[in-house]
Design a protein around this ligand. Structure first.
Ligand SMILES: Cc1cc2nc3c(=O)[nH]c(=O)nc-3n(C[C@H](O)[C@H](O)[C@H](O)COP(=O)(O)OP(=O)(O)OC[C@H]3O[C@@H](n4cnc5c(N)ncnc54)[C@H](O)[C@@H]3O)c2cc1C
Ligand code: SF4
Length: 465
């Protein structure tokens, strides 16, 4: 413990964001790094707890107290090695992770957790700046071929681990670029896409092959992959969006969030305009759904110059502050304001959308207020109302994978691919599944964890051949 009284003497100091009025004029990342000396001082706040709850709350079990100590001693290179020991892509999680580690930090008992996420981000960014992140080539090759379907964080982590074990992974991606939701879901202002390209370049040097614009299950069958590869990993995500089957759903101007977000990420990437552009410019935008996807729609709509942005949430407004005695170290349910919501948006809770109305195009959204009664929504009598809506974005989550699993002979569990949480084995021999395709809609950090564990399971299976 570099500074035994650091947690008492040093105040929590989070990395700043560009001011909201300024950042909405740009697609660039809004988070501003702190000087390394300030980050090192923040790491001194870590108490190196006997039971580090931060470590067990982290899905990749990052060795947080270890790298906090190394950062506080300004040994950034060793900190980077320790960080990369458990996390293939800390530059992604350092930007977009909700940080369950900080919720679990002992110092969060009085709302002042160690700034774990920004320390992680600075370690990763510095490691790249200093040239410490280099390809890690396996000493020997096994000649074993593994096909990985999907290039999101799960597929990428799986491929990188397998290549480092000496196997030959090939990643098949139906989109034109690598990255999954990192590329076409999460907006550039949260995660610059050059960071994905940088990792892909490292992975190519490590021996990973990438094949874009190939849809497995339609263009190439699973059977064909099993002829050509010893093992197949399905990391195809959970792309099937939840719909809202209400009157007016067919009107123009009502879209799934991902159709909208993908278009904008493509514009920023320089792809130009699509045949049917969906934009918020000058429109009254209503976002239905309160999660990450909804927030990303709000940030994108504000940057496009929406006339107004309203977010509707069916659940009641959560408490402003959690009861720590009941929730800590678990992830608490409490009111959160995302950076996108901070940039400008009206939020309404306990609202059920009843209909979209308009002549050919959506013009209004009709809703009813609800009361939650023992977990069941009850309409509040006389609360029917409407708001103007020129663009409605459905961001109510995802129900499961769109991978044609049954066509490939894979059993499903609900709408996800049935596979073990430890061996990742599907119902079909030599086929594994991981990430959102297996566990359902989740987080980047869980996708990385599943990709890593799945690679270990594939390695074990290969050693038995
Ligand atoms: C808009 C949005 C914002 C989000 N923001 C955050 C956030 O801030 N923080 C966070 O932690 N999580 C966030 N998430 C969740 C996170 O992005 C996912 O949990 C994570 O990306 C899942 O990784 P994955 O590799 O399992 O799947 P994905 O990232 O979905 O990747 C799956 C890939 O498989 C490809 N694919 C699918 N079918 C086929 C096929 N048949 N053949 C070939 N390729 C195929 C897809 O094109 C895709 O590239 C967000 C999700 C969304 C939708
Ligand atoms: S819980 Fe917080 S204070 Fe304790 S080891 Fe983890 S980061 Fe440090």
């Amino acid at each position: 413990m570099a500074n035994p009284t650091g947690f008492l003497d040093i105040a929590r100091h989070e990395r700043p964001d560009r001011p909201a009025a300024e950042r909405v004029k740009s697609w660039d990342e809004f988070a501003l790094p702190l000087p390394p000396e300030t980050v090192a001082r923040q790491a001194e706040r870590c108490m190196e707890c006997g039971i580090p709850f931060c470590h067990s709350a982290c899905p990749v079990n990052n060795l947080i107290p270890d790298w906090n100590e190394l950062v506080s001693e300004q040994d950034w290179k060793a900190a980077s090695e320790r960080l990369h020991a458990t996390n293939n892509f800390p530059e992604f999680t350092g930007r977009v992770c909700p940080a369950p580690c900080e919720a679990a930090c002992t110092l969060n008992l009085d709302d002042n957790p160690v700034t774990i996420k920004s320390i992680e981000c600075e370690i990763a960014d510095r490691a790249f700046r200093e040239g410490w992140v280099t390809p890690r080539l396996a000493a020997r090759g096994t000649g074993r071929r593994v096909a990985i379907v999907g290039s999101g964080p799960a597929g990428l982590a799986c491929a990188q681990q397998l290549a480092r074990m000496g196997h030959n992974p090939t990643v098949f991606e139906k989109a034109d670029r690598i990255g999954g939701l990192l590329r076409y879901g999460i907006p550039d202002f949260k995660l610059a896409k050059s960071l994905i390209d940088r990792r892909v370049a490292q992975m190519e040097r490590e021996g990973v092959l990438f094949r874009t614009n190939v849809e497995v299950g339609t263009e190439v069958t699973l059977d064909r992959l099993l002829d050509d590869y010893e093992m197949v990993v399905v990391a195809a995500g959970a792309e099937r969006p939840r719909d809202l089957a209400i009157p007016g759903r067919e009107l123009a101007g009502v879209h799934y969030a991902m159709d909208y977000l993908t278009q904008q990420n493509r514009r920023v990437a320089g792809d130009g305009e699509t045949a049917e552009p969906i934009t918020a410019t000058g429109k009254h935008v209503v976002v239905i759904g309160g999660g990450d996807t909804g927030s990303d729609c709000i940030g994108t709509a504000n940057r496009q110059g929406a006339a107004s942005v309203t977010q509707l949430e069916i659940m009641p407004e959560p408490p402003a502050r959690e009861d720590k005695a009941l929730t800590w170290p678990n992830w608490p349910l409490r009111m959160r304001t995302s950076t996108s919501q901070e940039e400008g948006c009206a939020r309404d809770f306990a609202v059920m959308t009843a209909a979209f109305e308009g002549e050919g195009r959506v013009e209004r959204l009709r809703f009813t207020r609800i009361r939650w009664d023992e977990g069941r929504p009850e309409p509040v009598e006389g609360s029917d109302s409407h708001i103007p809506a020129d663009l409605v974005l459905l961001a109510m989550g995802f129900t499961g994978t769109s991978f044609p699993a049954q066509g490939g002979g894979l059993e499903l569990a609900g709408e996800s691919i049935l596979a073990g949480a430890k061996d990742f084995a599907t119902s079909r021999p030599r086929v594994f599944a991981c990430g959102d395709a297996r566990r359902g809609q989740s987080l980047v950090v869980w996708a990385i964890r599943e990709g890593r564990d799945c690679a270990a399971a594939v390695h074990k299976a290969l050693s038995r051949l």
